[in-house]
Design a protein around this ligand. Structure first.
Ligand SMILES: [Cu+2]
Length: 156
């Protein structure tokens, strides 16, 4: 009787966990991050940047809300814009919604992961983890390779 009761409790716990976790994540488990890369930095006084393609392979829209990395105390998604005078500037991009089947490119001159308050220099040949957080509470962590200081894309 005791054994049976324990078994029943364990099953109840399993069902509860499954019931809670299924609706908590709506979409971000279907996010795939491809072609992540970044450039080496000179020291830590200027922010770094990372680039990648964020693809939503699921059937629900997902919203990218923020970034986290041990490399930088203030990682933030920025968007660069060039005005009609040819002057470029950038600003926080806010939340980014990716529709089902769509992808968003973080690339030089556009959206990018700005890595402010670097904790250490970005050294060519090393990697760092970057975590993307989504509005459904999900997180996707990628290892970002650090390429040369003049790299223009994931192939260097
Ligand atoms: Cu920026």
């Amino acid at each position: 009787m005791v054994k049976k009761l324990r078994y029943t409790n364990a099953l109840a716990v399993l069902l509860t966990v499954a019931g809670l976790s299924a609706p908590a994540l709506a979409g971000s488990e279907d996010v795939v991050v491809e072609n992540a890369w970044s450039r080496a930095s000179i020291g830590v006084n200027r922010p770094g940047a990372a680039y990648m393609t964020v693809r939503n392979t699921g059937e629900d829209a997902v919203t990218l809300t923020g970034l986290a990395t041990p490399l930088a105390m203030m990682p933030e998604i920025h968007e660069s814009k060039t005005n009609s005078d040819g002057v470029s500037s950038m600003a926080p991009a806010g939340e980014i919604t990716i529709e089902p089947g769509q992808s968003v490119a973080l690339e030089p001159g556009g959206l990018h992961a700005m890595l402010m308050k670097l904790q250490e220099p970005m050294t060519e040949g090393e990697n760092f983890p970057l975590t993307l957080t989504f509005s459904d509470g999900g997180k996707v962590t990628v290892e970002v390779p650090i390429l040369g200081i003049a790299a223009r894309g994931p192939e260097g």
